[in-house]
Design a protein. Structure first.
Length: 402
């Protein structure tokens, strides 16, 4: 215990002559309280030793035991006081003086002993609050906004296990989110690659069709140019050989017609080949389109199965988490009900003790009114008048309330 000045009221004998009593009656009254006063003297020796010691769990326990002894003296004195009050009014005044002298001296000692007694308990509560604040700070750093009950009193091994679970849950959630993002990016990249492949294929087919069309046009143009050139030649020869015979002219005309037929046949052949190539290219595009559609449907079906499996696993995990949470809530609720019941019983016991103490209060207050007037008594050279005695009444009320 820290070095400090401890001031307590001395137990001062009551001067019975001031109350107008005969010496024999005063001695009788004094003899009623002598056993309790002697006990107080014995307890004061223990009190002086105890308050000078360093506060430890053993000292706190000793303070509790010594306070109970003081309390027993106080309650015993009150019982003697109650019985002695059955005498005359002047005897009651003297009895009240002895009783109040003990109360003034003993109550202060009890308060000091109670402070010593509760010292370890307050230190323990402070440690629990410090541990609770530290653990809440750690959980907040891991994204928690709600904390379990009894965090300050949770054993270290339970706390370590709980913190490991929180960290593992956060890690798994982060990994799941990262995996989902990677799958989304891969899916988008595959779809973009497929769109690009289709575009390239379409461009190639368009280029082939255009090249075929250009070749056909060029072939037609060339055939037309050759026909015109040949016709001009024939016409020139015809003019140069105008005097040839009609038979020769008809032969030439027949030969020309044969050439024209051959050119037409060649042109038809070129057109047929172009049409055949275009038909083959069209059928190839349709076949590739059917293959792509089949691949797309197959990929969609496989993705649907994977999504259904993931959804099923997620539903099972969610159901298990909800069941665990419900079990935890049920346990916490049961513990809260038990604590409330314990508090209710303790409160009920305190109220019963208070009612028992208050049952004696009206007589005490009525007796204290007898001090009003010029009668006084001395305690430690301090004059006690009516106002001071009313102060004692308030002290008595506070003590009984405890």
């Amino acid at each position: 215990m820290e070095d400090k000045v401890i001031k307590v009221e001395r137990l001062v004998p009551v001067n019975a002559a001031e109350f107008g009593l005969q010496e024999t009656r005063a001695e009788q009254i004094r003899s009623i309280f002598v056993p309790m006063l002697d006990t107080m003297v014995e307890l004061d020796e223990e009190f002086r030793v105890l308050v000078a010691e360093e506060i430890t769990p053993d000292v706190s326990k000793a303070a509790y035991e010594l306070r109970q002894k003081y309390k027993k003296v106080r309650t015993g004195t009150a019982e003697l006081h109650k019985k002695a009050k059955e005498s005359s009014r002047r005897e009651g005044l003297c009895i009240d003086g002895w009783k109040n002298a003990q109360l003034l001296a003993g109550s202060q000692r009890e308060e000091m002993l109670l402070e010593i007694e509760k010292h370890e308990e307050r230190k323990r509560e402070a440690r629990i609050a410090e541990v609770k604040a530290s653990r809440e700070l750690i959980l907040t750093g891991h994204g928690c906004t709600q904390f379990p009950e009894g965090l300050g009193t949770m054993p270290d091994e339970v706390w370590d296990s709980y913190l490991t679970g929180v960290i593992e849950t956060n890690r798994r959630r982060a990994e799941a989110e990262k995996q989902a993002e990677l799958e989304r990016i891969a899916k988008e990249a595959a779809e973009a690659a497929e769109r690009q492949r289709i575009k390239v294929e379409n461009d190639r087919l368009k280029a082939e069709v255009e090249a075929t069309r250009v070749r056909l046009v060029e072939a037609e143009r060339k055939a037309e140019a050759e026909r015109k050139a040949e016709a001009a030649k024939i016409e020139a020869e015809r003019k140069a050989e105008a005097e040839k015979a009609a038979a020769a002219q008809r032969a030439i005309l027949e030969a020309q017609r044969a050439k024209d037929a051959e050119a037409a046949a060649e042109l038809a052949k070129v057109r047929a080949e172009a049409a055949e190539k275009e038909q083959a290219a069209r059928e190839e595009r349709q076949r590739e389109a059917r293959e792509r559609e089949a691949n797309r449907v197959k990929a969609a079906e496989e993705q649907r199965r994977r999504d259904e499996a993931a959804a099923s696993a997620l539903a099972e995990a969610k159901a298990k988490a909800e069941a665990d949470a419900e079990a935890e809530r049920t346990l916490l609720k049961a513990e809260a009900v038990a604590r409330e019941e314990a508090v209710r019983l303790e409160h009920k016991e305190l109220m019963r003790k208070r009612d028992e103490a208050l049952a004696e209060l009206p007589d005490v207050l009525k007796d204290l009114n007898l001090y009003l007037g010029e009668d006084v008594c001395y305690a430690d050279e301090i004059t006690i008048g009516a106002g001071t005695l009313m102060g004692w009444a308030r002290i008595l009320t506070d003590v009984l309330a405890k």
